[in-house]
Design a protein around this ligand. Structure first.
Ligand SMILES: [Zn+2]
Length: 422
């Protein structure tokens, strides 16, 4: 009520001002001094989304509470309601991630069960806290939810391995809210070539089934995510998809030449198709980091212990043993960490190459992301501050922080409505 009265009186004053005869002005009016918004204020009023939140992996952990200010653990515990509130993070795509396993019927079935359970955990989390979180099925939903002060929960799939050999399984996830699909992870799978599978040629793109999956994603109105896929796979996605392809958490080869990053030329090609890159904050992909001799020795020991075994395609028992040893090593001899400055170097380089219409942020929170100086989502206002200092405007930032992500989602939604559009 108070707001309404104020609005009336302000517009009445504006009208009076507009009608005042100019000639009556005794002297040119002094320009009104309006205090410029601080970077923190600008950040707070933007819709801030991240395209790759691995937080669902934490939901079933007994010592994790999404409503509590959990102790921050870099790469593992970086997103909860208090940290999102402090960091002005309105939400984003919450990931249903499945590690790559063997391409056998039994393993496919286990993967499908796991991914279904993960999705149910996301739905249960939102259902348990309706005052704080809400599921978004469309870009309009996401904007309405963010404006209401609740946190936006869009869902995505990272690694389509659990869809087995039957692409109709994608619709089951769609029906429960998934709106983005990443086809491939660390290793090649039934859908195509991975950026980090060194057992196959770089030229390995999508399989016929992978191509069918892209068409199915278009039919349903889902965004296609090329992060983790080989360049050849991403090229196939661009060719087949009727809507722009996104890279939800990827860096730039021209800053650090790593297979998980993308070349300048290819990024320009993706942007020319309307695509978007969301910059990753995963230390190992940001720069070449030197491990301590102690860590190197421990890792060599691990390699020797599992000689001839690929832990990603090994049986569950071997994989669990490998992961347990890896966790021990990480605790005892932590990996070297990249920095906020290096993260910004990737982001600024991307902006320089393709501009603010094609860049966003997907930091891989709770999935290994986070750097010194940006340890969890509460540090996000630093990114806004830095981009403003570099000369980017609030309008640019609105696109970078969520506008571009919503644009590609809207394009996917529109393609669903007009499936025969060119
Ligand atoms: Zn990932």
């Amino acid at each position: 009520m108070r707001k309404t009265l104020l609005a009336v009186s302000v517009s009445a004053l504006a009208l009076l001002g507009a009608c005042a005869p100019k000639a009556a002005d005794p002297a040119p009016a002094e320009p009104t001094e309006v205090a410029a918004a601080t970077p923190a204020e600008i950040h707070e009023r933007l819709m801030v989304l991240d395209s790759h939140l691995d937080t669902p992996a934490n939901l079933s952990k007994p010592d994790f509470d999404i409503m509590a200010d959990n102790p921050s653990v870099i790469g593992e515990v970086q997103v909860d309601l208090p940290k999102m509130t402090r960091g002005g993070l309105d939400g984003g795509f919450w990931v249903i991630f499945t590690p790559q396993g063997p391409l056998t019927d039994e393993a496919y079935e286990a993967a499908l069960q796991g991914a279904t359970a993960r999705q149910d955990e996301i739905l249960a989390m939102v259902a348990a806290h309706p005052e704080s979180f809400e599921l978004a099925y469309t870009a309009d939903d996401a904007e309405r939810i963010a404006a209401s002060g609740k946190r936006v929960v869009l869902q995505s799939i990272e690694n389509s391995y659990p869809l087995k050999l039957d692409i109709s399984n994608l619709q089951t996830f769609y029906d429960k809210g998934v709106r983005m699909v990443g086809l491939i992870h660390f290793r090649d799978n039934q859908f195509g070539g991975s950026a980090t599978d060194f057992t196959s040629p770089d030229s390995k793109g999508l399989t016929d089934l992978g191509k069918e999956l892209v068409r199915e994603a278009n039919r349903l109105g889902m965004v296609v995510d090329g992060s983790h896929s080989s360049d050849a796979s991403v090229k196939d996605m661009i060719e087949i998809s009727t809507t722009p392809v996104i890279l939800t958490h990827t860096g730039l080869k021209s800053v650090y030449d790593h297979p998980r990053n993308i070349s300048d030329e290819f990024l320009k090609e993706i942007a020319a198709q309307g695509g978007v890159i969301q910059i990753n904050a995963y230390s190992g992909y940001l720069e070449q980091l030197e491990d301590t001799p102690e860590r190197r020795a421990a890792l060599e020991g691990l390699t020797a212990e599992f000689e001839g075994v690929d832990p990603f395609s090994a049986d569950d028992e071997t994989k669990a043993r490998y992961m347990a040893r890896m966790t021990e090593i990480n605790e005892e001899f932590p990996p070297a960490r990249s920095t906020f400055e290096k993260f910004m170097e990737h982001m600024l380089r991307a902006l320089e190459l393709v501009g603010p219409d094609h860049v966003g942020m997907g930091a891989d929170w709770d999935g290994g992301g986070g750097v010194t100086g940006m340890e969890d989502v509460s540090f996000l206002p630093k990114v806004t501050e830095r981009l403003l200092a570099e000369g980017y405007t609030e309008e640019d930032l609105a696109k970078i922080w969520g506008g571009n992500l919503m644009r590609v989602l809207r394009q996917a939604e529109a393609a669903k409505e007009a499936p025969d559009a060119p």
